[in-house]
Design a protein around this ligand. Sequence first.
Ligand SMILES: C[S@@+](CC[C@H](N)C(=O)[O-])C[C@H]1O[C@@H](n2cnc3c(N)ncnc32)[C@H](O)[C@@H]1O
Length: 229
Amino acid sequence: MAAAVGVALDGARAAALLALRDLILHERRTAGLTAVADPSEFLEKHLVDSLSCIPVAAPQAGEALVDVGSGAGLPGLAVGVACPGVAVTCVEAVQRKAAFATRAAAALGVPARVVHARAEDLGQDPEYRERFDVAVARAVAPMPVLLELTLPLCRPGGRFVALKGPRADAEVEAARRALEVLGGEVEEVRRLRLPRSGAERRLVLVRKVRPGPEGFPRRAGVPERRPLS
Ligand SMILES: C[S@@+](CC[C@H](N)C(=O)[O-])C[C@H]1O[C@@H](n2cnc3c(N)ncnc32)[C@H](O)[C@@H]1O
């Protein structure tokens, strides 16, 4: 199924992704990870969907990628499995989810770093600010909010890929001011259908064209309460 979204996996990587699925399904209730309980539905809706960002984000070995609002580790850990040599960091605000993703990365042997934090705080921390070549985020926030959480983490010239549903065009339209303030330009909105259900997806590729202004991101919670619009 991964091939249908443009990702080639050898047997070992496909097996590692199935192991990730099984770990998430095993702990899905206790750690509050997902409502999807059916393994084949999970495979398409969560794993294949997560992998779909790879051809657009095109992370290269040696590059640093951050997954903002990673939850159980998606798409970050899936990218870590599929793209060896990419330094993956998963950022998650909820402790029990971050703890799960840490355990899952260790169990799978994915050398990903999981950080329990708010993206707004990392965006003002010199250890993380403008340190990543690529950012990705799936099911975290509307575009204007998401841009404030992710672009400050990208280096100038770096890129951000938002995994979105069919209303992405309207979200991009609503994000004009956020793009202007944060130094982003939309390069592409790629349309995609998931292979089994035919569900529509959009991958929004944003280039960071200049360094971000100092006051952004604002304090934790402010981007969501007062989105740039
Ligand atoms: C609906 S879940 C999606 C999780 C995962 N990306 C996925 O696709 O399965 C959204 C996650 O984003 C996290 N989140 C929301 N705002 C955040 C922020 N400002 N910093 C870090 N994590 C955040 C939430 O705690 C939640 O786990």
